[in-house]
Design a protein around this ligand. Sequence first.
Ligand code: LMR
Length: 398
Amino acid sequence: PWEKFTMAPPDPIIGLTEAYLKDDFPDKVNVGVGAYRDDSGKPFVLPVVRDAEREINLENLDHEYSGIAGCPSFVDHALKFVYGENSAPLKEKRIAGVQTLSGTGGLRVFGEVLNRFGHKHIYVPNPTWGNHIPIFTNAGLEVRKYRYYDNESCSLDFSNLIDDIKAMPEGSCILLHACAHNPTGMDPTLEQWKEISNVAMEKNLLPFFDSAYQGFASGDARKDAAAVRMFVEDGHKIAVVQSFSKNFGLYGQRVGALSVVADTADESQRVVSQLKVHIRPNYSNPPRHGARIVSKILACPEKTNDFVDQCMGMANRIDGMRTTLRKALEDLGSSRSWDHITKQIGMFAYSGMSKDEVIALREKHHIYCTLDGRISMAGVTSNNVEYIARAIYDVTDK
Ligand code: LMR
């Protein structure tokens, strides 16, 4: 019955891990998927996550279903984490929140809800995380792009970004990366966010923040939430999707939250009810373990401090690797400027390498990064950074 099935292309990001695993070259490097590695190249479980897990195990909890909206205490903590303890709409119970299958699940649920309530399109930055486009397309939305990045200067294309927002039809939904823009690693400054907020307000846009790197971008979770909090203070009725994959290192646990700021507490309850209508036939209810871990940590000030330190440790290691990689390329005498590697923040270096250079890097040097030239700095270590620099130099300078 499946003879009409052709072989689908591999996923542009996860497919790289599959190819990397099949490669038997001893010095192969996976800098494709954004997943943190310690300096010896191993996956890293935060010690505070291990502590929380030990405590949870001792509690002999059951494995009953979660509610459709997930674990209420997790949702409470997740919302405080992104909006801030003193957020006015949070105190007024005006924020509708549900647990989701990490960021991806929340994006899909909200995409469907948008579509159902009359949105026919959504604007995403160009470029954006590759998965945004199929997620929203599959949710039934037309995906439109606004200009975001200037490849020539390797920086934010701010004036075109503003022009494109001004040209959006009134009431459109605009996806914004809350911090550590993926793939470019270039975020607006606070002044630029203010301008985006003002223009979005004039056009009555619905800002939808994807917050996948809170705490991971600067090492300071409050600072990384600054844009989200500014928009709320400015009076926008935003939506936010949160992932706890990177900051808590809980990739495979699929821990996330989706929230919507409403006008009243009653309205927020009605919004939750509609989010649940989309979750139930999709995956029924979310998994419990990862949400329990995050709740346990964020419920305890001491554990939260440990989390902050350990998240900062990951951010600092990445920062160090940015400096080392850039210096290694400069020391090799590269004719290109690599300043942007240290200007960008978060998990990725948007290297500026062409598709052909990326393919050469893979075929000649067994280094796997995405075709847009994005390098996951989280996979760069003291042991492989020289090898990566020499290989990049080889494919870009010869
Ligand atoms: C990435 O961009 O590499 C990560 O967000 C992982 C993923 O699911 O694509």
